[in-house]
Design a protein around this ligand. Structure first.
Ligand SMILES: C[S@@+](CC[C@H](N)C(=O)[O-])C[C@H]1O[C@@H](n2cnc3c(N)ncnc32)[C@H](O)[C@@H]1O
Length: 202
């Protein structure tokens, strides 16, 4: 989805209503009735370098993480946002001029990502990873790591204090997980995990 809409990103009250509407229609897919807080968004966005390569965001929702990623100074043409829900994807498109919005499942995102394989410095994920089957998790991580540059990280938040990734999935793909931090001020409190190739952490 590309275009030239100029609408501003909307307020958090309006975000909340739009999120609630998405949740009423697709509760499992939306997974939360409240958009992420700015504090959570900032912790995730702090993992990127605004002067480095492109960033892929998965599960854009109403743009709570998108706003914080752009606030780092990353140029808009270096951010692509994936959102499966058609209505939310349309609203992201209208609200974030210059950011490429891709309405597509994250499980098969490689073919849609403009940056190409090995180009992305980071993947920032707001996907409801805990709700996904091991097969879905493996598809999403393996697509993401095809797109990530050497040293690149997959950054995920979760409402559990533990990693949301199934251990066999992480082992099959030869990845390593680190806990980045917990944001108590988020509703509900959220923990951020980073996933990297084992070869990059040894
Ligand atoms: C918990 S919400 C997070 C939204 C936003 N990033 C935030 O932090 O407030 C999860 C979002 O992921 C989207 N989503 C769920 N499954 C998806 C999939 N397989 N591919 C792409 N997006 C997906 C949902 O539509 C929803 O907007």
């Amino acid at each position: 989805m590309t275009g030239h809409a100029h609408a501003k990103p909307r307020s958090s009250a309006s975000d909340y209503i739009r999120f609630l509407k998405a949740w009423v229609r697709q509760p499992r897919q939306t997974a939360s009735i409240v958009p992420s807080s700015p504090w959570l968004g900032r912790l995730m966005a702090a993992q990127i370098d605004p002067n480095a390569g492109p960033v892929l965001e998965l599960g854009g929702g109403t743009g709570a993480l998108t706003r914080e990623i752009l606030a780092t100074g990353l140029p808009r043409d270096r951010l692509e946002v994936v959102e499966i829900n058609q209505q939310l994807a349309r609203e992201l498109h209208a609200g974030f001029h210059g950011v490429r919005i891709i309405q597509h499942p994250a499980e098969s995102i490689c073919e849609q990502a403009a940056g190409g394989e090995g180009a992305y410095q980071a993947v920032i994920s707001g996907l409801p990873m805990l709700a996904f089957t091991p097969v879905q998790q493996e598809a999403i991580l393996s697509e993401a790591f095809r797109l990530l540059a050497p040293g690149g990280a997959f950054i995920q938040f979760t409402y559990s204090p533990r990693s949301p990734f199934r251990r066999p999935v992480i082992q099959n793909l030869d990845l390593r997980i680190e806990r980045i931090g917990t944001i108590l001020r988020n509703v509900p409190p959220a923990t951020v995990f980073g996933v990297r190739r084992a070869a990059d952490t040894d």
